[in-house]
Structure formats: C-alpha cells, structure tokens
Design a protein around this ligand. Structure first.
Ligand SMILES: [Mg+2]
Length: 241
C-alpha cells in the first residue's frame, strides 16, 4: 500500500496528454498537398522530399528547439524542388501547418477527469514540453486543458530540451516543490523518464493500448521507468491518492 502522497505532477505534452504522432504527419500532408497544387508537383515525390528534410532538420539541431522548426523544413524542400518562389509562402505554410494541427488535436481518454481529481487533492500540475513557449500554450489551449493546469514550461525558457535537467528543475522550483515530492509522466524513455530520474524525480511511462507512442529507448543502456500506466487515470494511484 502506498502511503506517500506526491505534491506535484509534471507532464509531457505530445503523446502523453494529446495524440500527436499521427497528427504531425497529417498536418505535413495537408501542407504538402497545398504546395503540390500551387507548384504543380507530384504529390508523393514532394511529400517524400519534405519528410527527408524534416529528418535532416530534426537530426541537425539535437537538444535545441530549432529541430522542431517547420519553416526550415518547407524552405529546404522548396529550395530543392521549386528553387525560385515568393518567400512569403514560407511563414504562410508554417501557419497553415500549425493551424491544421491545433484544429485537430485529440486528448487521451480520462485526462481531464484525472487532472481535475488530482487538483482537488491539492496536487500542482505542470506541462513541461520541448519547443517554443507560445506554441506549447496554444496547443494546451486548443486541447481545452488550460483550466486543468497550474503551469506550462517550455524548453525555450532554458535553452536545452529534455533530458537536460534544466526544464525539470525550472518547473519544480517555480511550483515550489522538491524533486522527491514530484512525479513525471511522459512517453519518451530517454527524454522524459531518464531526464526526470537524473534530477531525482520519480518517472513513469504512458503506454496506452491505443494511439500510444512509447519511444526513445536507449539501446545501449536501457531506461527503466519507475512505473508504467496504460490508462491516464492510473496516475492518481501512482501519486498516492
Ligand atoms: Mg512526448
């Protein structure tokens, strides 16, 4: 029987609170379709080019939020395929991408009721997510989760992304709790689980049977979560309530 009651819950955003992984691909396809029409390109070939460029950007900027940049992806793809084009297209399609994403966000089952219950127990709850703060807040708002959270922190605020400790320590310091009073829940072994464990936070993996996206396992040195939950509501028990 658990007697310890944890005071704070840190939550990853993508694929922990909202179903993001397939939505990113859909948003990319949405923008690709628009561009192929506009420049009379072959849809499949151009989509593959865009996917390749996305991989290059993601791998070229490890640990900083530039790796999530969509405008750089579209620039690289258009530079290669179209070569000469009106530059104002770039921010427009980036906006189009995020608008599509925000309009199609789906929250995992039982997230809202669970967060409500935990807050009634006095638990402080914050999203900690890699990327720019403005977009994190827009996503949380589009998901309807603003009223269920105390805070949102983004890696932009501390330069380096998870698993670097800064985002975790910023969150607990602002929430005025200690690492040992805090639980982290995420879907990335290295970034969410190990990152939290390295600063003394108990960390669990969210692995739902449907639409889950456990990722980032370290093939050399396995990351072992402190717990695994398959339904979001199970976090209540892990928190000791
Ligand atoms: Mg995630």
């Amino acid at each position: 029987m658990k007697t310890k009651k944890y005071k704070a819950l840190l939550l990853d955003l993508d694929d922990t609170l909202i179903k993001s992984n397939t939505l990113y691909d859909k948003a990319l396809l949405h923008v690709t379709k628009h561009l192929t029409k506009r420049f009379s390109l072959d849809e499949k070939t151009f989509f593959n080019t865009v996917m390749d460029k996305e991989m290059i950007i993601q791998r070229s900027f490890p640990s900083v939020h530039t790796r999530h940049s969509r405008i750089l992806v579209f620039r690289m793809a258009l530079d290669e395929v179209v070569k000469v084009y009106d530059l104002s297209i770039l921010p427009d399609v980036e906006d189009m991408y995020w608008q599509y994403f925000l309009e199609h966000i789906v929250v995992y089952d039982n997230v809202k009721s669970t967060l409500k219950t935990l807050r009634e127990h006095g638990v402080k709850i914050s999203v900690i997510s890699d990327g720019a703060l403005g977009l994190r807040i827009k996503k949380v708002k589009a998901a309807g989760l603003i009223p269920y959270l105390d805070q949102i922190f983004a890696s932009e605020e501390v330069i380096f992304e998870k698993p670097f400790g800064a985002l975790f320590t910023l969150a607990i310091s602002k929430l005025e709790v200690e690492a040992k009073e805090t639980i982290m829940l995420g879907n990335n072994y290295k970034n969410d689980i190990r990152g939290a464990q390295l600063v003394g936070i108990r960390a669990g993996m969210f692995d739902p049977p449907e639409d889950g996206n456990p990722m980032g396992q370290d093939m050399q040195i396995r990351v072992v979560p402190d717990f695994v939950i398959n339904d979001f509501s199970e976090i209540i028990q892990e928190m000791g309530y």
